[in-house]
Design a protein around this ligand. Structure first.
Ligand SMILES: [Mg+2]
Ligand SMILES: [Zn+2]
Length: 210
């Protein structure tokens, strides 16, 4: 199962600014290249999930209905350009709520695998792409390969203070997509090589036996 988890603000759409939220449709703007990236990942057979903290709902800055409206439009644009999102997970609770769904907790990741009838240890083969330390921590907590993108809130200078460093740094989601595809290519080559080695060992041992 090929799986990618994506943060929303700063990865898919332009970061709205510190302490700010996307509260209406015209504040939602795709980061350039994002729609291409989502189409490529979809064509490559990835299950794509969005995992996003939207505490602005708990704070009463925008309603759940507004958030859903923005999401519907986002998904329509993604679908019309050949991308497919398996599911969008939002945490709409306060940061102090102590819920399982707010990053860096991994409630959403657990749920995604549960819904696919898979075990959470498959997260080790998944990727988590985000623009903040909290995203990288989330991916790390679940055992995913993490990719920090510079298209959002934080940059390389912020990264120096992080306890957990990302596995990769990319300019944006489009570049992260290249990294993901390359990583998977290497993995499948390694798998093939291993399969060949096993075969040749078997051949050798049967020759010895005869
Ligand atoms: Mg973000
Ligand atoms: Zn929550």
């Amino acid at each position: 199962m090929k799986v990618v988890f994506l943060d929303r603000d700063g990865v898919i759409n332009e970061f709205p600014g510190n302490g700010k939220y996307v509260t209406k449709l015209n504040e939602f703007r795709f980061v350039p290249g994002t729609l291409d990236a989502l189409r490529i990942l979809t064509e490559e057979g990835y299950m794509i999930y969005i995992v996003s903290n939207q505490a602005g709902v708990a704070k009463g800055i925008y309603s759940k209905q507004k958030l859903e409206h923005i999401t519907r439009n986002m998904l329509r644009d993604i679908h019309s350009t050949g991308g497919k999102i398996k599911k969008v997970f939002y945490c709409t609770h306060f940061s102090h709520a102590g819920c399982e769904c707010r990053k860096p907790e991994i409630g959403a990741i657990r749920k995604a695998f549960e819904l696919a009838n898979k075990t959470i240890d498959l997260a080790q083969r998944a990727f988590f792409v985000g623009d903040t330390e909290s995203d990288i921590l989330t991916g790390h907590n679940a055992g995913c390969t993490t990719i920090f993108v510079l298209s959002g809130r934080e940059d390389r200078r912020h990264m120096r203070g992080w306890k957990i460093k990302p596995d990769y740094v990319a300019r944006d989601l489009l570049e992260a997509t290249d990294i993901i595809n390359e990583r998977n290519l290497l993995r499948s080559r390694r798998r093939k090589r291993r399969a060949l080695t096993v075969k040749s060992i078997r051949r050798r041992s049967t020759r010895k036996a005869s």
